[in-house]
Design a protein around this ligand. Sequence first.
Ligand code: G3H
Length: 496
Amino acid sequence: EIHQNEYLLNGEMVQWNGPVNEVWSPVCIPGAEGLQRKLVGTYPDTSPKEAMEALDAALAAYNNGMGEWPAMSVEKRIGCMQNFVYLMIKQRSLVIKLLMWEIGKSLADSTKEFDRTVDYINATIDALKELDRESSRFQEAEGTIAQTRRLPLGVVLSMGPFNYPLNEIFTTLIPALIMGNTILFKLPKHGILAHYPLLEAFKEAFPKGAVNTLYGKGSEIIPPLMESGKINVLAFIGSSKVANGLKKQHPKVNRLRAILSLDAKNAAIVTNNADLDVAVSECIAGSLSFNGQRCTALKLIFVQEGVADEFVKKLSDAVSALKPGLPWDKDVKITPLPEADKPAYLKECIDDAVAKGAKVMNEGGGYMNASFVFPAVVYPVDDSMKLYHEEQFGPVVPVVRFKSIEEPIDYQINASHGMQVSIFSNDPAEVASLIDPFVNLVSRVNINCQAQRGPDVFPFTGRKDSAEGTLSVFDALRSFSIRSLVAAKVTDANKE
Ligand code: G3H
């Protein structure tokens, strides 16, 4: 067990003797009353007072762009970040272990999450070198010469979800930080202790006040921060409902930049011309990696009627063969779920579909206990069912049978979200005819492969309620900065 009794504020690890919150693992162990969740540890349940202290520290460290961190040269900021990576890597095995215990992510996926995050930081460092060369050039036009500078925006509030507690938060925190902003880092509810080993690295690597942590309940500590009007950027990954609520708390929303990655319910479209084996294996990876708890997961599979029965049979057999187990078990594919209320919610969704005429097609589909759900392939799903509309973020694979290709296009036109689609067809003319309609409705069209965010250097965004701003590497550096000019008239004296 890890009992965290300190947090990072203004360059210090501040001791905490107040109330704490418990972290319970989705991994259950046998106890007196049957299977029980295991206690992983505790963390400080800080109050709005500590949150406002963190804001004061971030504001002082920023000091209108004249603080030590924002005013530091790009080379020196890169040096600090390289030192952070060096210190972070030393904590690799402990962070991976905590990810497995806290969010139930498999060893392979937890390892990937850590290593991918290190690669992302290194790619960000390289991108900043290039961006700095591009941004600091001189430009001359109409007798005026100007030097462009790419500058930070101020205080960034960075918040992320449980499914990638390390990687997703760092895809906003790291570019925001390296651009010279100062950070308020709201730790995720699940995966919170996985960050504890990294706090020393932040403290060592960056000047005081550059990174400040926020613990406690989001519903209590975030409103006073937003209402202060002193947050310059909201970097949030989660639901559009929460994001809109947060933005409304800011008294001058036009002064707030929002970088948001939000709702999705990505469709796969399997046409009569698809290679069904490819479609099955990619749809399984797309819909069930990390138990379907990914914003990029395939959440609705449209299959054309000529191949529907064969596809559903192959899909169901392959899903039944997935290995359930604990995060550290060899070759495990399905693991326990961190959200305590998720099994009951998924049961409600499956029951609703079954009551309206669909069936669970695979052996063992929908089996559940307190923290575990074996994936269910549900078919045929239609628009009267919850599974057609709700993102559900869990191991359920709803399959819709369609006749005309207009049906999945209409689904996407009418959807409130627009993140990704995957098209499965071996007919080049058919694929070509589908790219244009979809690329205008979602921000990534995948051909004969699953939906996903990576490679992380690719732009990552969405349309409608799926995103605001763009993440990745170059785009994120731009998102967390602004270009200002120093301009002068060209005269004989300054021509040289
Ligand atoms: O939850 C959304 C994540 O950004 C998904 O990332 O596609 O790499 O798993 P991924």
